[in-house]
Design a protein around this ligand. Sequence first.
Ligand code: GLU
Length: 447
Amino acid sequence: MCELEGLGYRGKALELLRGADCSVGDILEISSRGRVYEGILMPRFGAGAAIIVKLKSGYNIGIEVTDMVEIKRLGRGAKPAFVAPLLPKQNPALPHVVIMSTGGTIASRVDYRTGAVRSAMSANDLLGVVPELADIARVETEFVFSIYSEDFCQRDWSELALRVAKRVEEGVDGVVIAHGTDTMAYTSAALSFALQGLPVPVILVGAQRSSDRPSSDAATNLIGAVRAAGEAPFAGVGLAMHESISDAAIVVHRGTKVRKCHTSRRDTFQSVNGLPFAVVEDRVVMLSEHYQRRDPSRRLVLRQKFSDAVVLVKFYPGFDPSVIDFYVAQGMRGIVLEGSGLGHVSRVCFESIGRAIDRGVVVGLASQCVGGRVNMNVYDTGRDLLGLGVVAFEDMLAETGLVKLMWALGQTDDTRQVVELLRADVAGEYSCCTLLREGSLHYRGGL
Ligand code: GLU
């Protein structure tokens, strides 16, 4: 693939640009429909066939490619490059917040080599790009990883938990973790279990558009997250993103009760079976009454070990139970089944499930419904599963249940103790009463 293709040019546009020996950054003269445009050739994002140039006025325009278009290269130009901005001056009177960067869109920018977005910004760059942060907190930055969140694994959760614990023990007022959104809710669950008795807030934050795009949500999310970390009255792990598609407010979800629900919307994260902790505008407003208060004197208990011998298996009509036997033979110590409705799987699975439990494998059951609670006492099949020793995951999200089982098996080898840990509410993953509606876009209207 040539550079121009990598930067999004195809078909006729590519042919014309190649014919005129142009690269991104060059100064071009383009004649089309009797008009002449002069500007710098830009990468083309998204679909479409137009050629994108930045005019002297600073505006980008797309010029439709027709047979009448002619292109002349006027000069070679430098490729647009990222220059780290100057860091803002810090105010020692403000709360001390550490921003850790792990990668993802929030810490990404356009790579002019490939035209794709890549993880390439440090927490320090983020601070430079969003100088408003210096009016909210005394911000320190720490680079942890530069990876997409789909590349995270248990080892990374442990490393991150250790880093956060170190900062919390040093006495910071809050920690913000910039993270890819795809698996951010898994990490928020993992940190919720690993960092017990947190004295201050630890807030994960991401973005759906990278910070060098005009439509980016990175700055607003980051500002909300830093405010929550520095000022919120609660302690614990939260996840901060847009409350709605407008920039008006950032909502802080509870780390164990949140899911990414949309591939591209800014308000992609929704609280499921629980209220978010708070919303942030120019101050933090609590939405939930059930939270641990910020208390710098509380001692953090670090339990950062996770087992990697756990799988999440989704049940569906026609499911082949030998999948369960396969995982047991592979040495898995825990299986989370995502069952149907109130917590069911087909009877054809019962034998394999019973065999797995007899061999010491812990089997949990969550519902693939988004809202509501598993209740395995309603139908005889649910009761049979409970009789086999399956642990009902109540109103806990399946992915939170997966992370919790990885964590529980990281704490002890004793199956009974693992089951006890699974049944206990460790980090707000179970709620005592079931909300009638699933997590809603209209938190402030009440559920
Ligand atoms: N897939 C990447 C990640 O989760 C980028 C998406 C994002 O950050 O929203 O890290």
